[in-house]
Write a protein that binds this ligand. Sequence first.
Ligand code: IMP
Length: 182
Amino acid sequence: MSDEKIMNSDIMISSESIQSRIKELGKQITEDYKGKKIVVIGVLTGAYVFCADLLREIKVPVELLEFVSVSSYGDSTESSGNVRMYLDLKRDIKDKHILIIEDIVDTGLTLHSLMEIFERRHPASIKLASLLHKPAKSKHKIDIDYLGFTIEDKFVYGYGLDLFGTARELPHIAIYNGEPKK
Ligand code: IMP
């Protein structure tokens, strides 16, 4: 990451706050799924860090962990909804308890489309955990069952989320105050 980008950044959520919230979410998820097994679906790429940390705080059996890769497509194009799915699930999720793990819900388009796709596969249940929610630009109402933090409408990065492809490795969430990339 360049010095200019680092100078244009502030910490929004510290590593300690993230880890302590994840412990709380893990406890709640463990309680809610008592006696059940879950299938965890992480949404690449941004959710990979949150997914790894959250999973280690969930104390019910995870029978399957899979990742999907999607890209938003505005309100048009793909027949499956409004996202293109680059990487789909390898296994059938019929009658399974699904927990989707996402990094951030912004307009809600990605999750709205993903939920539709998964619901057509008849799982026993679907719930969503998202580290962040930016309600300011919400277009689709998304019920986030396990939410880390609600944030203001700023571009954020770190802890899995990227800044122009970099900085996913940061342990905290930072705000980008620089010029938007053209
Ligand atoms: P949505 O479909 O508008 O809800 O956007 C969800 C996706 O947009 C997330 O999975 C992220 O990949 C990306 N995104 C939205 N806001 C940010 C941000 O502030 N930083 C990094 N990625 C973001």
